[in-house]
Design a protein around this ligand. Sequence first.
Ligand code: ASP
Length: 308
Amino acid sequence: MNIALAIHGGAGTLRRQDMSAEQEQAYLAGLNAALDAGLTILQKGGKALDAVSAAVCSLEDNPLFNAGKGAVFTLGGRIEMEAAVMDGATQACGSVTGVTSARNPVLLARAVMEHTPHVTLGFDAADRFAHERGLPCATPDYFFTERRWQALQEEKQRLAEGGKEEDAPEDRKHGTVGAVALDSQGRLAAATSTGGRTAKMDGRVGDTPVFGAGTWADAHCAVSGTGHGEYFVRIAAAHDISARLRYAGQDIATAAEAVVNGSLRAQGGTGGVVAVDHQGRVAMPFNCEGMYRAMVDGAGRREVAIYR
Ligand code: ASP
C-alpha cells in the first residue's frame, strides 16, 4: 500500500516581489521540516492520524506560519486559535475554537476527539480542557510576534480609512496550516490549525474547526483548506470534494479544482486546499497568488512550492 502526505502553510503568501531569497528559504525549510516530521511516521508504518498531527505541530511551532506560535491577532488584540483533526477510517473527529493557551491546538483537537463524547469545544472550556489533559500550554507572551502585531495595526488603520475586510492584502488576510495523509494500512486523515484572519472579530469562528468546511476525511479522501473561511463554510468546501468523488465519480484533481477554482471562486472566496485520495493521489489547487505547500504522493514524487 502506498503512503502519501500533503501539507500547506496557508494560501495568501507574501507577494512574489516582496519575498526575499532568505525569507523564501526559511519558508521552504519550514515546509520541508513539517513534511519530514509526518513522513517519518508514515514510513515506519505509523498512522495517518499521527502523521498529520506531527506535521501540523511542526508548523504550529514555527512563527512563520499563522497557527500556534505564529497566530494572528483579533481586532481586540487577542490570540484565538482554532484546530481540527479527522480520522477518515472511522470519521471520528475533534475540533477546538477560540483557544488561547495550548501551544499545539491540533493536539487539543485530538484530545477532544479521543477523550470527550463531543466533536467541538470552544473558548474558556477548551482552554481549561487543555490544562486538564496536561497538554503544553503557554501565556500570551509566547504567542506574541512583532510581525503579527504590526499586521493588526496596519489592518485596523486600513479598516478605519474605510477599507473592506475582504480587500486586505493576501498575506495578511490568509494563513493556516494543514496536513492530509494516507498510511500504509490505507487509512486517511486530515488536520488543520489556524489563528484565523487578522483583525477578525473576537469570538469569530472560521472554517477550520467546522467539519466539511475547512477539514474533512473519510474512506475516499482527506482535505485541509486555507483561505477566506466564511466562503469555505458556505459551500461546505472540503466535504464537497469528497461528495464529487463519491457521487460524480470525479478524480481528486478534478474534484479539488472544481471546488477551489469553480464554486469557491464563483462565490468570491479566495484560498486553496491540499487533498489526498485512498490511492495516494494528491491535489493542491489554489486560486490566489501562492500557497505554501509540500507533498510526497503515492508514487513517491516530492514537491515543495510556494508560487505557481
Ligand atoms: N481559513 C482561515 C480562516 O478563515 C484563514 C486562512 O486560511 O487564511 O480562519
